[in-house]
Design a protein around this ligand. Structure first.
Ligand SMILES: [Zn+2]
Length: 170
């Protein structure tokens, strides 16, 4: 059985003891931007944050793209989130290529080149990359200055969570 089939069967079983309050309006307290990497799936548990308290916004490489900003606008300006946490991690797939070498990889695999996505946001230093995402949010005109933006790197080898300062030495 594929995991999708497994999910369908499990969801039917879960529906029997479903909590209807899940249909209430969400009230997250924090928005967490992080990587789609499955090793980050336990992040809320690690942080001891209840699922209902967090908007999780994820993509490969923890990149603040226009679509991440689009989601964040909902978190901040509709749901009242005041705190934004960016959590990168060590050993990310975003360190495996450069934008050029990944485009070449896709070209070799598919035989075609396309115009989009124009950028893949690969990087060589997760601290620098995380700071870049923080700065992109801090300067965004639709993110009020009273919104807290803090960035971190989770070391997957040690479990250490290290804060990335907005400025100064990394
Ligand atoms: Zn990653």
């Amino acid at each position: 059985m594929s995991l999708i089939e497994h999910a369908i069967v499990s969801s039917q079983a879960s529906a029997k003891h479903h909590d209807p309050s899940l249909a209430d309006k969400p009230a997250p307290k924090v928005a967490i931007i992080t990587c789609m990497d499955p090793r980050m799936n336990g992040l809320l548990e690690r942080f001891d944050i209840k699922p209902a308290d967090a908007d999780l916004i994820r993509n490969v490489g923890t990149v603040v793209t226009d679509d991440v900003v689009r989601s964040l606008m909902f978190s901040i300006h509709v749901l009242g989130v005041k705190d934004v946490m960016i959590v990168g991690h060590t050993g990310c797939g975003s360190e495996m290529f450069t934008d050029d070498s990944f485009e070449k990889h896709l070209h070799e695999r598919t035989g075609v080149l396309t115009v989009e996505p124009a950028k893949f946001h690969f990087y060589t230093d997760v601290n620098v990359a995380t700071r870049k995402q923080m700065l992109k949010l801090r300067s965004h005109p639709w993110i009020p200055s009273e919104i807290t933006i803090r960035g971190f790197v989770l070391n997957l080898a040690t479990g250490e969570l290290k804060e990335v300062p907005m400025e100064g030495r990394l």
